[in-house]
Each structure stands twice: as C-alpha cells, then as structure tokens.
Design a protein around this ligand. Structure first.
Ligand SMILES: [Zn+2]
Length: 422
C-alpha cells in the first residue's frame, strides 16, 4: 500500500468550504499567509452532497473556483477538492472534479457484518488480543477475543463498505489520482484509541490506503461554535489516537502520512492548543476541516460593509428565523440553539453594522456575541441560496469587506492557533 505514486497529502492541511463558490481566493490567501509565516498548510476545498443539494450547485463549480484562485494567486503547493461524505449512491458527480474522497461509512456502524468475516478478522489479528502495547500510550490495553469480536461486529461492515467505495473509485479514477479518507464522525458514540486501532486493522485488510481518518472524538462538535466537553480528556484521546495511528502504520503497512482529520473543526478554539501541542511533540500531521465558518464570514463582511450589504444580512436573519425549524432539522444533532436567546427579526432590523457583527462574529470576549444566532445563521445558507443572484451580487459589490473577514477568520482564528501555535 502507498506505492509512492499516490497523491500524497502533506502533513498539514485545512479543509475549507465555499458554499457559493465566491471565496476560494480569500481562503487561499490564508494559506499564503501561513506560507509567509514559514509553514505549508495546504487547502482542501470540501462541500458535501447535502450542501450541494441544498444550494443547487455542482462539484464542478467548486473545482472551477479553486483552480481559478490557485492560478490567480500563483499557489504552487498541492491543493485538493474533497468529495465530502460520499457513498456509492452519491459519488457520481464528484468523480471527475474531485481528487480527495471522504468515504462516509457512519451509517453502517453497528450493522452486523457477516459472522464468518468477523471470525476470520479475529483469527487474522492475534496481535489485537491480550495485552496490546502501543508506544506512546502509558497503559497497555487489555483485550480478549470477545472484545475484539464485539468491536469487529460494530465496525467491520462499515469498513467493508468503505472498501467497496474505494475499489469503485480506483476503477473510475485510478488509485494514484486521489486521496482517500474514511470518516466515522457522524455517529452516536466516540471511538476509543483501541477501537481506532481495530478499525485501522480492518482498513488495512480491505487494502484502502487511507491518508486521513476522521473518528468521532469525545465531546460535542457543534457547527460553527466552540467545543463543548472535557478539554483534558480530548487532549489525552487525541494523543492516544495519534499513537494508535503510528502503531497501525508500522504494524499494518498503512501509508506513512496517515493522520487524523478533525471534522466540524472550525471554531473549536478551546481544543486548538491541545491539537497543536500533540502534533508538534509527536511530529504527526493533522487535517482540520472547516466549512460553514466561511459562509458566516460572508454575512459578517456584508453586515460590516453597511448599506445594502447590511440589509441583505438582516434579510437572511429574518428568513432564517422564520424558517428556523425547517433549517435546523437536518443539523439537529450538531447544533444547540437556545430559542429564547434568538433576537426577533424586528429587533435585528434596527441593528447597526456593529451590533450585527458583534452578535455574529465568534469573539467570546465580546458580551454581545450570540452563539444561538450564530448557529441559526450557520444552517441558514439555504436562505441565501434562494436569493440567488441578488446574494451573489451583494458578495461581489462588497468583496473587499467579505474577503478580508474570510481570510482573517481562517488565518488568525484557525491556522494560527492550530498549525503555528500562536
Ligand atoms: Zn464529517
């Protein structure tokens, strides 16, 4: 596996989402700032099937926007286009434009695998049974056959499914032309490091040369707001996951650049130091995935510009508020909105630029910051999609203000703490 011809994802990468295909340049500008600060952080433009469906866009448009930005800004390091959370039913339109595929098998977790396959897996992996010592993890794990069988039962069908998607992609694109990631984040319970190791053994058995894996971490990763959970426990698990990956790379011959992918990674300010410290002290890589945070910066940029930009931002809030139940439903498990904290559209109508920006911008030191409003707008991009050209024209006529906010958010609030550690 990892024959050297494969596309190699560099050590540090950042997933960026560009819902309306207008911010690729502003996003890339943040990676250029990182380069100027001495660190290569490569962009991976991601947009899920769900987002394309809600907006009515095509992956080929994201490709066009990314290529144009790269050309215009003279970016010479790698960059990728992520077919985000796809499966065999949804992959088709992503095949040509994408060179990074997030194989989403969360739905298969817990579906029992073929009993004979589980048995074969367990007997193929005696090293997972008994005392499992992973360098970098102080306490060895104690497991037995029943435990490994239980975990295999939980994950094997999902990994086999990933194998089917992977082989389909190899047939359509050629193994050397894309980076595969396996994601298991959109599921109920977090995976422990030993579960991760068992999953990686199964991934290696399926001969999927994954370069990133997105487990579900402990704590809540709500869209566009800070991490909610035990930061110390997250830090410990993150380090143990890194150790489990390094061990799996050695033991199972997975690609040497295999690294953790942190999904819903934007705005998780309270865990960024843990991530930075862990990758710095171990030499591991990390993929930090952000997406909707950029769309919120579009709104902030419009509101900050005042005039008609501010009016559009208010209109988005008014419509989002009016349709809040419908907008929140698909994201119910990844948002925590307190309805009593949502201002009425009438109140927002009277706001100045500064009031709107203060409520929306993720600045926890500002008493006017309102995470409920922020989360509602995060899932409210459908409203802007419905505005169509009117919204896109507003982005274009306020480009300076919008781009400045998009770049600053990605660089100062994400790239800086996670990758540069300052
Ligand atoms: Zn995800």
């Amino acid at each position: 596996m990892g024959d050297g011809l494969m596309k190699q994802l560099p050590r540090f990468s950042i997933g960026v989402g560009d819902r309306f295909a207008h911010q690729a340049k502003a996003q890339l500008a943040a990676c250029i700032k990182a380069k100027e600060a001495g660190l290569e952080v490569v962009p991976v433009w991601n947009k899920s099937n769900r987002e394309h469906n809600i907006i009515g866009s095509e992956p080929s448009q994201t490709r066009k926007a990314a290529d144009a930005a790269v050309k215009e800004l003279g970016w010479s390091a790698p960059y990728y286009l992520d077919a985000d959370h796809i499966n065999l039913n949804t992959v088709d339109r992503f095949l040509a434009p994408c060179d990074f595929f997030t194989l989403d098998v969360a739905d298969m977790i817990g579906k029992p695998a073929d009993a004979a396959d589980v048995k074969a897996f367990v007997s193929r992996h005696p090293e997972l049974i008994g005392t499992v010592t992973i360098p970098g993890i102080a306490e060895p794990f104690k497991t037995d056959e029943a435990f490994v069988t239980k975990i295999a039962n939980k994950f094997l069908a999902a990994v086999q499914d990933a194998g089917r998607i992977y082989r389909f992609l190899v047939e359509k694109k050629g193994a050397e032309n894309f980076v595969p990631e396996v994601s298991m984040d959109e599921t109920d319970s977090p995976q422990t490091p030993v579960e991760l190791l068992i999953i990686l053994a199964a991934v290696a058995d399926e001969k999927i040369p994954i370069q990133t894996i997105a487990p579900k971490f402990t704590g809540r990763f709500n869209k566009g707001v800070d991490y909610v959970g035990d930061v110390a426990q997250f830090a410990r698990e993150f380090r143990e996951d890194i150790a489990a990956i390094a061990f799996a790379v050695k033991t199972y011959g997975l690609p040497a650049n295999l690294k953790l992918s942190v999904h819903s990674g934007s705005d998780k300010f309270s865990i960024y130091k843990s991530i930075h410290d862990a990758v710095t002290s171990t030499g591991a890589g990390v993929h930090l995935k952000t997406a909707g945070t950029t769309w919120l910066e579009e709104l902030i940029g419009l509101a900050e510009a005042g005039g008609q930009g501010l009016e559009i931002a208010k209109e988005v809030y008014r419509e989002a508020y009016g349709h809040r139940e419908e907008l929140c439903a698909p994201y119910a498990t990844v948002i925590d909105i307190d309805p009593s904290k949502l201002p009425t559209p009438e109140a927002v109508n009277g706001w100045t630029s500064e009031q709107y920006v203060s409520a929306l911008r993720h600045d926890q030191s500002n008493p006017a910051y309102n995470p409920s409003l922020r989360q509602l707008l995060h899932v409210g991009f459908k409203v802007a999609a419905k505005m169509g050209d009117r919204y896109l024209k507003a982005l274009e006529s306020n480009e300076e203000s919008v781009a400045r906010n998009v770049t600053t958010n990605l660089f100062d609030r994400h790239i800086r703490p996670v990758f540069l550690g300052r």
